[in-house]
Write a protein that binds this ligand. Sequence first.
Ligand SMILES: [Zn+2]
Length: 219
Amino acid sequence: MSTQMSKDVGCPHCGAAVRTQMWPGICAQENPELRARVLDETMFDWKCPQCGYTAQFVYPCLYHDRDRKFMVYVVPNGSGSEFRPVDVSEKFPQLAGVRKRVVSTPAELKEKILIFEAGLNDYAVELVKYALAGVLERKHGKKTIQGYFCSADEEEDQIRFTFFPEGRDQLVERSTRLEAYQKSLEIVRAAGIEEANSFLPVDSVTAKSLLEQYRGEEK
Ligand SMILES: [Zn+2]
């Protein structure tokens, strides 16, 4: 179920108290227009009607796709409420088998939606992204700050990502063959990962430890 609330937010520029609509809960089926706003990256846009100041206003928000069975919890960094994994299985037994992820930015929420809507396994996608980021880093000698899944196309046999290398304004697009995803999926299966009962991050840190575990077992 989607939940809506409004709250006065102080404009950081002129100080005006701006009544602001917030959606602490988004259901993709109930409010497809909110799903569209997450995907076009306007969901958390905020504008002061007094002075025209614009900013992103990100607040804790739980996105739920009932049909595709996944939930993504946005917990912004520095929101004051440190994320603690919540065991939801006792309170919500109906959530067994639902993929539950935690992210800290709207861009990461969008990425999870794209991955799950494409029917992909996000652990395996993170492994492919981790490998491509490593190639980029070695090529440019710069750290990759962020990378995001964009799309996967079976006909073109491509899985695509965008990366933001350190010290560069422009994003870099990279793609590889779906074979890389299939191989990653084997690594994920070999690790025997099961859906947890709590909300977990699945990101580059997860990919790194999965890979280390896999290589450790290979030796
Ligand atoms: Zn203002």
